[in-house]
Each structure stands twice: as structure tokens, then as C-alpha cells.
Design a protein around this ligand. Structure first.
Ligand SMILES: Cc1cc2nc3c(=O)[nH]c(=O)nc-3n(C[C@H](O)[C@H](O)[C@H](O)COP(=O)(O)OP(=O)(O)OC[C@H]3O[C@@H](n4cnc5c(N)ncnc54)[C@H](O)[C@@H]3O)c2cc1C
Length: 321
């Protein structure tokens, strides 16, 4: 966006945000688990629904595009960076309620969308509530996990989500029940027609169980991740969606692509479904690697792999504020 517009936006945001919540020209490598990508023109970190609503209204008034960011664990930002305003929902927006008992014996927990999945899993376990074990180890926020319908080890967010509250681009708040969210494999209302709406809180329904049993399952899933996944190198988890009836990692491995490299990015030698940024690659390296893997797998197996990672931002550098 033009500098004049962004300066105006900054002035408006400064009316409600502190200096510690507002950033200009921030490298997105700091905000994504892939550790790459160009700068965001402006980034704010709301701590309240009022601040979030002010940020949305200010951006809308000036026709500044808005991008929503959680923990950046499923985001690939192009090298040109992100034009406009990024709203980052993280630690400052991460309260979790006490469990509320329901007549059917279950308990409801409500989390603000910036809470990490890990934090919500721990609160559930601390209270002897079962249902989120599958999610232990998914490195996202609750908002990102609902948006993507994150899942693992036979479970997905769809199984536990009851109600989601969201803010529309015009600032209106709205509540959705599970069956209104079209939660499917790594897609939901929020990745489709509801893109642009911001998840503000999520209520999950959980069942009482013994805390040690819950913790044991979480520890087992954690150990399986450490054993099979390259958790110490920058990645976005599985780069591709699972093709129907197949596994992306197995197909990539069968095509002999483990270790295949483009610049600083490569196919993990530990798990071929993870494309990693192991040598300080650029987004261009990573995108070229995605393209090369797709091309080779398609040529040898006839399957066209579809990226799961959300690709955002500009190819050419955006104007700095
Ligand atoms: C090592 C590793 C392992 C992983 N394992 C798994 C796994 O087992 N299963 C799995 O499903 N995924 C996995 N992932 C991918 C990722 O963790 C999940 O997709 C996660 O749910 C993304 O959450 P996030 O907060 O990081 O979202 P981001 O990456 O910040 O954003 C992802 C998408 O959600 C949108 N979004 C984020 N917050 C909100 C909000 N509040 N309102 C509306 N939209 C929002 C963003 O705009 C974007 O489109 C893994 C990633 C890594 C790095």
C-alpha cells in the first residue's frame, strides 16, 4: 500500500494500541515456522476484542488489505512480503476459561483464538478432560487449528469443536455451531467463503477421564512425532494434503525425492512429506521445490499433490512504510 495510506493507518492504530503491539516492516521469517518470507508492511497484536475491532475498522476505512496470522505454522510467505496489515493473534489473546459442566456429563472449555493448541491441551489434561489428545504437538493456535480443521492420529478439531465466535470484516460478531462450519479435511468455512472472518474464540466439548491416562496418550503421540518428524528444522509440517487413499510422504519417497534440494530448501530425509527450510532458503526456493516435487510425483504416479500450506504475499517487494 502507498506510504501515505500506511502512515494514516499507523496513526489510527496508535489511538488504541501500545508501541509494543504495533510493528512496521517486520520480517515474516520471525513469525512463521518455515522461517522465511519477506516483510509485512504493518503488524498489530490485539489483546482485546475492542482492539481487534478497531484494527479491522481502521483498515477497512482506508481500504488496506488484512491478513490473519496465528502461529504461522502453516504459512508460506512469498519473498516480496505482505502488503497491508497483518493481525497477529497470539499470546496476548490467549485466555482459556475454567471448565463448565454440561447436563450430559461433558465439560466445555472456551479459548481465545490466540491460545496455543498446546496450552488448551494442557488445560484439558490438568482438568482430567479427554478429547484433545490427538492435537497434542500440533504447533498452532486454536484459531489456526479451527481454520484448518487440524488433525492427527485419527482425530480432528471437528470432533471437539462446539461453537466458534468470529468477527466479520465489517466488525460484526457472529457465533457458528459446528455443523455450520463445513469442517472437512484441512478445510472449513474459514478457508472458503468465510475467508476474511477472524475467529475470536472456540468452545470445545470434552469428556472426563483420568488425567494420567490422558497424559500417557499425549506422551505417546509426542514420542511418535519426535521419532518420525524432523521437528528440529524449520518446516510447516506436511507441506501437501493427503491425496485420497494415499500418503503424500510415501508417494514422494517412492519417487526417490528424499533429500532432493532446491537452494536452501529440501525434502526431509526423515519424512518425505515434510519439505524443510534446512539451509536458510528463500520462499522462491521453497516454492520451486514444491513445484519440482509436484511435477515429478505427477509424472511418475499420475497424482497431483495439492499444497496444504497456505501461500500468501507478493512476489515483488512491497513498498516499505
Ligand atoms: C512441525 C509441524 C507439525 C505439524 N503437524 C500438524 C498435524 O499433525 N496436523 C495438522 O493438521 N497440522 C499440522 N501442522 C500444521 C499447522 O500446525 C496447523 O495447520 C495449525 O493448525 C496452524 O495453526 P497456526 O496458528 O499456526 O495458523 P497459521 O499458520 O498462522 O495460519 C494458517 C491459516 O489459518 C488462518 N488463521 C489463523 N488464525 C486465524 C484466526 N484466528 N481466524 C481466522 N483464520 C485464522 C490464517 O489466515 C491461515 O490461512 C504442523 C506444522 C508443523 C510446523
Amino acid at each position: 500500500m502507498e506510504q501515505e495510506v500506511m502512515t494514516h493507518l499507523l496513526e489510527k492504530l496508535q489511538e488504541r494500541f501500545t508501541k509494543k503491539q504495533l510493528f512496521e516492516n517486520v520480517p515474516m521469517s520471525r513469525y512463521t515456522t518455515l522461517h522465511l518470507g519477506g516483510p509485512a508492511q504493518m503488524l498489530c497484536e490485539p489483546a482485546t476484542v475492542e482492539q481487534l475491532s478497531h484494527a479491522l475498522a481502521s483498515a477497512s476505512e482506508l481500504s488496506v488489505p488484512v491478513t490473519i496470522l496465528g502461529n504461522g505454522s502453516n504459512m508460506l510467505v512469498r519473498d516480496g512480503g505482505i502488503r497491508g496489515l497483518i493481525i497477529h493473534l497470539g499470546d496476548q489473546f490467549s485466555e482459556i476459561s475454567d471448565p463448565v459442566p454440561l447436563p450430559d456429563g461433558r465439560f466445555a472449555l472456551t479459548a481465545q483464538s490466540g491460545a496455543t493448541v498446546q496450552k488448551l491441551c494442557n488445560v484439558a489434561a490438568d482438568n482430567g478432560l479427554s478429547g484433545l489428545e490427538f492435537a497434542y504437538g500440533i504447533p498452532g493456535t486454536v484459531g489456526g487449528a479451527v481454520c484448518m480443521n487440524a488433525g492427527a492420529y485419527g482425530g480432528e478439531m471437528k470432533d471437539v469443536v462446539s461453537v466458534v465466535t468470529a468477527m466479520k470484516p465489517d466488525g460484526a460478531t457472529v457465533a457458528y455451531s459446528n455443523d455450520e462450519l463445513s469442517m472437512g479435511y484441512r478445510q472449513t468455512y474459514f478457508t472458503n467463503e468465510g475467508a476474511g472472518e477472524i475467529i475470536t474464540s472456540v468452545t470445545v466439548l470434552l469428556t472426563p477421564n483420568d488425567e494420567e491416562t490422558i497424559r500417557a496418550t499425549m506422551r505417546e503421540f509426542s514420542a511418535r512425532r519426535r521419532e518420525k518428524q524432523p521437528l528440529t528444522v524449520p518446516s510447516c509440517g506436511s507441506t501437501f494434503k493427503r491425496p485420497v487413499g494415499q500418503f503424500a510422504g510415501t508417494l514422494i519417497d517412492q519417487c526417490g525425492l528424499k533429500g532432493f534440494r532446491v537452494g536452501g530448501a529440501s525434502v526431509s530425509t526423515m519424512h518425505a512429506g515434510f519439505l524443510v527450510n534446512d539451509e536458510n532458503g528463500t520462499a522462491a526456493d521453497y516454492l520451486a521445490l514444491i513445484g519440482a516435487v509436484q511435477g515429478r510425483v505427477h509424472e511418475l504416479t499420475g497424482v497431483m499433490l495439492e499444497p496444504e500450506v497456505r501461500i500468501v504475499g507478493e512476489e515483488a517487494a512491497v513498498e516499505q512504510v
